[in-house]
Design a protein. Structure first.
Length: 666
């Protein structure tokens, strides 16, 4: 095998393993939600243990003293086997009794596969960086820059490829889906990885490389920010198609930036642009109203540039003279990459349960700064050089860009997930209005898994005129990175309005059937923070059924800690001050308050009636969805909108059960 052919195979192997790793890192968010249910400390310890394990896995593969192509082939084979095994655990659970057992198996297999993927990525990076070209000097000075650039290319290509696959799947990852939409990406990525690993089986890492720890922060930022189409759409406030174009252009720019013999963007410039870009996306966007349109397009440009400048900064961090291979350093690198991936994502997410003493947006900014600082320091020692295969990479990313321009190719429900017929008992009309409230728990069920297909089935089955959703995720890694708002609206044909409630990737939504109702005067109500730990909001709109009278519909989600009664009462005061009950009004949502609590009294004292208490079964509980213990989800209406039916649905795609109500219109 020629050097150029070997490097092309290593490039593909890096890209494919990175794409698998990015998907699995996203998948770890919903899995760790199970640990979050047991407490923040449990979640933090579980995440740190799982993401420190790559070091132990790496140790097993370098027991003989160095990384070889054959050991990498074995590692990749184990990863592909584990990934396909995880896929076999995906999809809906037919029998409720089997769900807890299957969920436990998925939990441990999933976290173990994440650790294995990160370890394999480190092994492949070590192999690619340490496979020196013939004629290289003993200290590796002639080859260090080229090898670092090769690793940066492969990892960047893999992250952009993962973003393209996410777009093709409507941002709902294959790992949670059955049928063709789940198995096809898993099999193709797995087969490609095995083929590339087989091609380099005779290669050995004849030298060691330092600085590979930066792969961790780079992965974290890629998964959370620039290789996250839902994040880009939610942050900018632009339609998802804009994020699609952004990913496509980003692929072209990154390919061009990493294939130039004399790069137009030097490491120091790339470092500055990268940090400023991350800062702009997290710390300059108004959380409440969102950026004005010109600024939104500017932010899209920033997100489009980040892969190119980030990859250049990564290449600079890996541009170091090659040294003799050291076993312990490779093991430490495995642990460092794992923790470097987990810590930025974990700390950012913890802020919404244990508020940090500084703006949470500083977490990704500091992560970007740490990455580029390593790049600036290393780049002063050895200038980056061109690596064979640059033109091939540009063509590859162009192909991925073209694929990314066709979003939603496999966004429909897979086999076994076809929407059911709409029950006639919920059919609306000019004289009545059917509403539904559902806390969708950022798409994560209690198994845990991400069941957007089943959520669509429930929405189709109810066929409500207006749907109020709480905890709607748009790119949150804890929710698997899916854009729930876009996916659910597109799959149901409903129009939607969304407002942030924690950051710009998590909030409340109203959806309505445009054939049956019209919506106007959509407003966001900011609620008081109080005792925290999250900023909360309410969303209100005036909906007018065809041939009927207008009704003000309000949805909210109040603070969740049981002891926060005073905060919830203050939030209700703020809500009713902004949305006074002076006409036909419906209030829906997760109030985190149970029957008899002061919060419920505060609502009924304003003349509103609880539908479940009026015509439903007051003893039916709503949370958690499996074996519920609490009744915290409510539908209230003014007396001029009498309830005719209320039902709590026994479904489990979320950790709450939805409440459906039909009201007579005046």
């Amino acid at each position: 095998m020629t050097t150029a052919s070997r490097d092309r195979s290593l490039l593909w192997l890096l890209a494919l393993v990175t794409a698998l790793t990015a998907e699995l890192v996203r998948a770890s968010g919903p899995l760790l939600d199970r640990a979050f249910a047991a407490g923040v400390t449990t979640a933090a310890v579980t995440a740190l243990v799982a993401y420190a394990l790559p070091g132990a896995v790496v140790a097993a593969f370098v027991a003989r003293g160095r990384v070889t192509g054959r050991s990498v082939l074995v590692a990749v084979s184990l990863l592909v086997t584990a990934r396909l095994g995880l896929q076999a655990l995906a999809g809906p659970v037919a029998e409720r009794a089997v769900a807890p057992t299957l969920g436990t198996v998925r939990y441990y297999v999933g976290l173990g596969t994440v650790a294995l993927a990160l370890a394999v990525l480190v092994l492949v990076a070590v192999l690619a960086a340490g496979a020196r070209s013939p004629g290289t000097s003993d200290d590796g000075a002639d080859d260090g820059g080229a090898r670092g650039l090769l690793v940066a290319r492969g990892v960047t290509l893999g992250l952009l490829g993962a973003a393209a696959v996410s777009l093709l799947l409507g941002t709902w990852d294959a790992v949670w889906r059955d049928g063709l939409a789940g198995w096809l990406p898993a099999v193709l990525l797995g087969a490609g990885s095995l083929a590339a690993a087989w091609a380099v089986r005779g290669t050995g890492a004849t030298a060691g490389v330092r600085g590979l720890w930066v792969l961790g922060p780079f992965l974290a930022l890629g998964v959370q920010v620039w290789a996250n189409p839902a994040f880009v759409a939610a942050t900018t406030g632009l339609p998802p198609v804009a994020a699609t174009v952004g990913v496509a252009v980003a692929a072209l720019l990154a390919g061009a930036a990493l294939s130039m013999h004399r790069p137009a963007v030097r490491p120091l410039t790339a470092a500055a642009v990268f940090v400023v870009g991350v800062w702009a996306l997290f710390l300059t966007v108004p959380r409440v109203e969102g950026p004005p349109l010109p600024w939104a397009w500017g932010l899209l440009v920033v997100a489009t540039l980040l892969p190119a400048v980030g990859a250049r900064a990564l290449a600079g961090a890996l541009t170091r003279p090659l040294r003799p291979f050291v076993r312990w350093r490779t093991i430490v690198t495995g642990t460092a990459v794992g923790l470097g991936t987990a810590l930025p994502l974990l700390v950012y997410q913890l802020d919404f349960d244990v508020p940090l003493p500084f703006p949470v947006g500083l977490v990704p900014v500091v992560t970007a700064f740490a990455l580029v600082l390593a790049g600036v320091v290393a780049a002063r020692r050895l200038a980056p050089r061109r690596v064979p295969g640059g033109a091939a990479l540009t063509g590859t990313v162009a192909g991925l860009a073209a694929a990314a321009l066709v979003p939603g190719l496999v966004t429909g429900t897979s086999s076994g997930e076809a929407p059911g017929p709409a029950p006639t008992s919920w059919a609306g009309g000019a004289d009545r209005l059917t509403v539904m409230t559902w806390n969708v728990h950022y798409g994560v069920s209690s198994d845990p898994s991400v069941r957007l297909g089943e959520m669509v089935e429930v929405l189709h089955g109810v066929d409500a005129d207006v749907v109020a959703l709480q905890e709607v995720s748009r790119g949150w890694v804890l929710g698997g990175g899916a854009d729930m708002l876009t996916h659910l609206a597109d799959a149901t044909g409903m129009e939607a309005a969304w407002v942030p409630a924690a950051d710009r990737r998590f909030g409340n939504a109203l959806m309505w059937d445009p054939d049956r109702v019209e919506a106007a005067d959509v407003d966001r109500v900011e609620l008081l923070f109080g005792d925290g730990p999250q900023d909360r909001s309410a969303l209100a709109a005036t909906v007018t059924p065809v041939g009927g009278e207008p009704v003000r519909v309000v949805t909210t989600h109040l603070q969740h800690r049981e002891e926060n009664t005073a905060t919830r009462l203050d939030q209700l005061d703020a809500l009713f001050e902004a949305e006074p009950v002076d006409g036909p009004t419906v209030l829906l949502g997760d109030l985190n308050a149970e029957p008899g609590w002061p919060e419920i009294t505060a609502i009924t004292d304003r003349g509103m009636v609880s539908g479940q208490d009026a015509v439903g079964d007051p003893a039916t509980l709503t949370s958690p969805a499996v074996v519920p213990r609490h009744r915290v989800d409510w539908v209230f209406a003014t007396p001029d909108l009498p309830f005719t039916a209320v039902e709590v649905l026994d479904v489990v795609p979320s950790d709450h059960r939805p409440v459906v109500a039909t009201l007579e219109l005046p």
